[in-house]
Design a protein around this ligand. Structure first.
Ligand SMILES: Nc1ncnc2c1ncn2[C@@H]1O[C@H](COP(=O)(O)OP(=O)(O)OP(=O)(O)O)[C@@H](O)[C@H]1O
Ligand SMILES: [Mg+2]
Length: 261
């Protein structure tokens, strides 16, 4: 599958949520992103593909937001080839649907065929905590994605690291930024370690969505705004097509306005 940049830029945007590391929040971010975007665009323009046999995303998103399209296409060793092809086909069929977005939640682990497909997408969101236990494998995942990009001399997929489960009050991301400084990535807004995520997974959606649940509302709507602006509305394309980008491999979201002008 070889998309031209024009299709990637103008057609349906494919966003993979991936990391070799398990338990970093791939499913949580896939779900919360779909929900946040559903408040900004017609939900029928949003499709979430759940490729994890665990079915977390399918199960919870169907229950909380049945208006969002959900496809369950598990990529397991047994079905790997078949379902990777199906995901590929789905993305291809939707290529011409301008204004649509396809969010693909992936299982942990390494599958070269899957990474090749991820390498053909528009953007990859890479959730990680800031602990070294997660950052080390995350960095090696980024390195392999970077290689795929460099091989074709492409600006796609945009790689967006999403700091997740960040302790409350943590303001210093310099260790992470330093670690990622030699990679062609952007750091998205941090999502804190939110106790209320548990309510969501307990099926208590009303409680999770309640106006008193300020922290979750703040973090996930901030995250949704970031993806909307930088990914869906093409701000990252502009940054990457601008020569300035050579000089700034890591653009922490917090510094957005100051460094990107
Ligand atoms: N921001 C957060 N605050 C609190 N808990 C979180 C947050 N993000 C994820 N979790 C919790 O961490 C656990 C792992 O999250 P999740 O299932 O989204 O990770 P994953 O990367 O999809 O895992 P897997 O590799 O197994 O698919 C879950 O119990 C989830 O509730
Ligand atoms: Mg998962």
């Amino acid at each position: 599958m070889n998309y031209s940049s024009d299709y990637l830029k103008n057609g349906a945007k494919s966003i993979f949520v991936a990391n070799v590391k398990g338990g970093v929040g791939k499913s949580t971010l896939s779900i919360m992103l779909a929900r946040a975007l559903a408040t900004k665009m017609a939900p029928e323009k949003i499709t979430v593909i759940d490729t994890d046999l665990q079915r977390t995303t399918t199960e919870f998103l169907t229950a909380s937001n049945p208006e969002i399209n959900i496809e369950f296409l598990p990529i397991t060793p047994t079905f790997e080839n078949t379902n990777i092809s199906l995901v590929q086909q789905f993305v291809k069929q939707n290529m011409f649907k301008t204004g649509h977005v396809i969010i693909i939640d992936t299982p942990a682990g390494t599958s070269q065929r899957l990474w090749n497909l991820v390498g053909e997408s528009y953007t990859v969101l890479i959730p990680t905590s800031i602990s070294n236990a997660d950052l080390a494998p995350t960095e090696s995942f980024i390195r392999s994605m970077d290689k795929i990009k460099a091989r074709y001399n492409k600006i796609y997929p945009h790689l967006v690291v999403c700091p997740n489960r960040i302790p409350f009050g943590q303001k210093d991301f310099s260790i992470m930024a330093k670690r990622l400084a030699n990679h062609d990535v952007v750091i998205g807004p941090a999502i804190r370690d939110l106790a209320s995520v548990r309510h969501f997974y307990n099926g208590k959606f009303a409680k999770f969505d309640h106006q008193d649940n300020i922290n979750a509302k703040e973090d996930f709507s901030h995250f949704g705004d970031f993806i909307n602006k930088f990914v869906l509305k093409g701000q990252l394309d502009k940054i990457y097509n601008n020569d300035v980008h050579e000089a700034m491999n890591v653009v922490p979201f917090q510094k957005d306005k100051k460094t990107r002008k």
